[in-house]
Design a protein. Structure first.
Length: 248
């Protein structure tokens, strides 16, 4: 059974001694922002991704455990207060097994169905949020469509960008023109078809085993999409993470 020590690996694997830095949030973040950041990071480093080689799986497991421990500390009001005030970590030397961390992760994020995810995608397509993300990434990557697709979800991204350029909201860049050439589009289409086949295969296997956890569904969709899932994780974590009941 794999066991790791949290304090020894935090800086090694995330290049920071700050717990907030591990999750990529500010010290002033809200509980909701903390949970969303934890979800995004934990999905990125989830050890159950089927495509991982054994060496990478071990690395992902370590990072996943570190994230789990970090969230456990910062989501606890008293432990977070102690850390903020003194910089000390409660139960710093406590060991965590892989089984324990997976159980803790599943307690934070409830089960949802494939239909829940598909419904979200239908709402996202053509929304103001999708447009905002497109503009942001277009400007960040100087119109490089290959990179934009990695970060923004949607089947109609080029059509939206062409419209934004036509009405003057964006300026056509050299990178955009070259990355949306017919040759590039054909290459992307072939790659997308292959990835879609792989994703559908995973989904069929999950359905056959009656699996409906958010964890499994996202991993399958991630096989089809990639880094663009970040914004999707944000929204799903916000929508499906169980809310703590208010104490009377």
């Amino acid at each position: 059974m794999m066991k790791i020590m949290f304090v020894d690996d935090c800086e090694t694997h995330f290049n920071t001694k700050c717990l907030y830095g591990v999750l990529g949030v500010e010290k002033t973040c809200t509980n909701s922002e903390l949970k969303k950041a934890y979800y995004k990071q934990s999905m990125r480093w989830h050890p159950d991704k089927s495509s991982l080689e054994q060496e990478n799986k071990e690395l992902y497991t370590i990072k996943f455990q570190i994230l789990n421990k970090t969230y456990t500390i910062l989501s606890d009001k008293e432990k977070r207060a102690i850390y903020d005030e003194t910089g000390k970590i409660a139960d710093e030397n406590e060991e965590t097994t892989q089984e324990e961390m997976m159980e803790a992760w599943r307690k934070v994020f409830k089960k949802v169905t494939k239909e829940d995810i598909d419904n979200y995608m239908r709402e996202f397509e053509g929304s103001a949020e999708q447009k905002r993300e497109l503009i942001e990434k277009y400007e960040e990557f100087d119109g490089d469509f290959e990179k934009i697709q990695e970060y923004v979800l949607g089947e109609n991204l080029k059509e939206i960008l062409d419209e934004l350029i036509a009405n003057g909201e964006l300026k056509a860049t050299k990178k955009y023109k070259s990355s949306t050439s017919l040759k590039k589009q054909k290459s992307r289409k072939l790659r997308a078809e292959k990835e879609a086949e792989e994703a559908e295969k995973v989904l069929r296997e999950m359905e056959a085993s009656s699996s409906s956890s958010l964890e499994s569904m996202i991993l399958a969709r991630n096989a089809k999409r990639g880094a663009q899932m970040d914004s999707f994780f944000d929204s799903l974590a916000e929508k499906y993470a169980p809310k703590k009941s208010k104490k009377k």
